[in-house]
Write a protein that binds this ligand. Structure first.
Ligand code: HEC
Length: 145
């Protein structure tokens, strides 16, 4: 019985590997609507967002090798899909002023509550964990928007 179950699970695992992989690499070259250096952003703010948020909240994700293995690939793609629904830094320029105001308010809230970056992400991406100094740089940017 156990042997059959294991055999079945192995077959399922192998079968799902044939499903399509991640493809959130829409614009290797930045889109014209990408959040860019402006009066309100600084190099350091952009760098923090790129390191800690862009894998999910942009059109360019970096995919480590294990993300090619199903079912991780589905799971990660689902996160990216959901993340981009609410915030895509590569579409920043298409947002209305009202939407930008709402988004920056949410950014501050999510960071204050420790919701972002997602915990499952920072288990592996230790460099994405925000230091207090990085947080205050982002809060300053949020205030300027
Ligand atoms: C591993 C993927 C991932 C990373 C990295 C990530 N996010 Fe998210 N983010 C999500 C997902 C998924 C959602 C939508 C579901 C939710 O709200 O939990 C989301 C939602 C949000 C929202 C909208 C919340 C709302 O109330 O609608 C904001 C704002 C946000 N993220 C900001 C950030 C910021 C800022 C960073 C970087 C410091 C970041 N995220 C990093 C996955 C991610």
């Amino acid at each position: 019985m156990i042997k059959k179950l294991i055999f079945f699970l192995v077959i399922v695992f192998v079968a799902i590997q044939f499903y399509p992989r991640n493809n959130n690499n829409i614009s290797k070259n930045k889109s014209e609507y990408a959040l860019a250096l402006s009066e309100t952003t600084s190099d350091s703010v952009l760098q923090i967002l790129k390191t800690s948020c862009y894998d999910c909240h942009s059109n360019n994700s970096v995919y480590p090798w294990y993300t090619n293995i199903q079912p991780f690939s589905w799971w990660i793609n689902h996160h990216i899909y959901e993340a981009k629904e609410s915030l895509n830094f590569d579409e920043w320029g298409t947002y209305t002023l009202k939407k930008k105001e709402q988004v920056v308010y949410e950014i501050k809230e999510e960071i204050e509550e420790g919701e972002m970056p997602l915990e499952s992400y920072t288990w592996i991406h230790k460099n994405a964990v925000l230091t207090e100094q990085q947080k205050s740089l982002i809060y300053d940017w949020v205030k300027r928007n």
